[in-house]
Ligand binder design. Structure first.
Ligand SMILES: O=C[C@H](O)COP(=O)(O)O
Length: 251
């Protein structure tokens, strides 16, 4: 896995029954050699579809990933899935700290960090999500919030290939709203600076995805912003045509 190509990752969230595999099949078909050279694609389906999609992805170079994991590797944790299980099912990535997990399940920065460590332990790459709420942005706290979340959520001792950061303003998720390009640029530059401060020069090469209402219509503009090295896409990743059209912003 190289950090040189940008990454467009789809997060299907709690969407997709068996029939959704056909949509993934269309993504596999559409991810041709030219696109592969320019952009890496990953799809994080519900865990029930992970193994099916990973088998379909063999030979296609589309990665699949999980949306969350437990901290422990195995044991008496009813209903949980370990990073090792996700790896066994074919995952290459695991999203941790998504704002919906932070909100719905009260996940703290410390827990997100432990989950990111678990992902690394299993040999996978964590996509660590951070981002401010609408109230925090209104109070001009955005940079302080992302800085605090980064400091608390990122694992230590990782190289640029081992880690992906996703900046997702909570108020932009699923709303059709997006920050201005200048605002996205400011936050991504700030995150880059913090990654440099924490990891040294390799930290500047850690990919920082933008997430929050990325659509085919705005992908080219958002993905062209300095320090934006890909996207974490929710709703628009459910349809192959939309997802591939977003990735085509790099073509
Ligand atoms: O993980 C993906 C994000 O939450 C963005 O979702 P969205 O593209 O539906 O706004």
């Amino acid at each position: 896995m190289t950090a040189s190509r940008p990454l467009v990752a789809g997060n299907w969230k709690m969407n997709g029954l068996k029939a959704a595999a056909a949509e993934f099949g269309r993504m596999v078909e559409g991810y041709g050699p030219e696109m592969r050279k320019k952009v890496e694609l990953a799809v994080c389906p519900p865990a029930t579809l992970l193994y099916t999609l990973s088998v379909m992805a063999i030979g296609s170079r589309i990665a699949v990933g999980g949306q969350d994991c437990a901290v422990a590797a195995a044991g008496a944790h009813t209903g949980d899935l370990s990073a090792e299980m996700l790896a066994d099912a074919g995952a290459a990535y695991v999203i941790v700290g998504h704002s919906e997990r932070r909100t719905d399940h009260g996940e703290s920065d410390g827990l997100v960090r432990a989950k990111a460590q678990a992902v690394l332990r299993a040999g996978l790459t964590p996509i660590v999500c951070i981002g401010e709420t609408e109230a925090e942005r209104r109070n001009n706290e955005t940079l302080a919030i992302v800085e605090r979340q980064l400091a608390g959520s990122l694992p230590d001792g990782v190289g640029p290939e081992d880690l992906v950061v996703a900046y997702e303003p909570v108020w932009a998720i699923g709303t059709g709203l997006t920050p201005s390009s200048d605002d996205i640029a400011e936050v991504h530059a700030h995150i880059t600076g913090r990654l440099f401060a924490r990891f040294g020069e390799p930290g500047e090469r850690i990919r920082i995805l933008y997430g929050g209402s990325v659509k085919p219509a705005n992908a080219k503009e958002i993905l062209g912003i300095p320090h934006v090295s890909g996207a974490l896409v929710g709703g628009a990743s459910l349809k192959a045509a939309d997802f591939l059209s977003i990735a085509a912003a790099y073509a």
